[in-house]
Write a protein of this length. Sequence first.
Length: 198
Amino acid sequence: MPRPITRLSSCTTCANHHGCANTERRQLLGSAAAVSLLSYFPFLGAHAQEGSKSSLQLVDADAEADFKPLRPADLALGKPLLVFPFDVKAGAPKNESRSNKLVVIRLPEDQMEAATKGRSAGGVLAYSALCTHQACDVKTWLAKEKVLVCFCHASKFDLLDGAKVVDGPASRPLQSFSLKLDGEFLAIAPSSPANQGS
């Protein structure tokens, strides 16, 4: 006997968004993507399986060659940048999946909550760049509100307080990554909550 089809209710933002066709399907796919993104990042799994002792530094996601690891001073205050982890030993970015894309931003440490500040390096914070609503890139900083916003459906995240959702349809914060300095360069810390599978 066939099971009845359960209809998902569309969020008002999606229903009113002209570029959001078939909102029920997108919402279902977005929810599934968000759950898998929060629990698994391909670059972490591959790096661990390789048993690599090398560092995962960060490079500009738009770079196509001549990858330059980033330093805190390379980031202007309040200007987010999309990055990929860069395996120093292999000499290559982990850019084979958009799930590996992170957003980094340098913010005043004295404005960060204590737990958030503990994950920063030189005032730089790192989060998954994929919105937890429907996996759009999240990359726009609204300085007046002090939030990162996803312009697909207007979810807003407070990066100074662990990327908690302050507005919009997203129901979960962005996954955070602890950073460290590898010499003068930004790198993902082995103790990162995302590295621990949380």
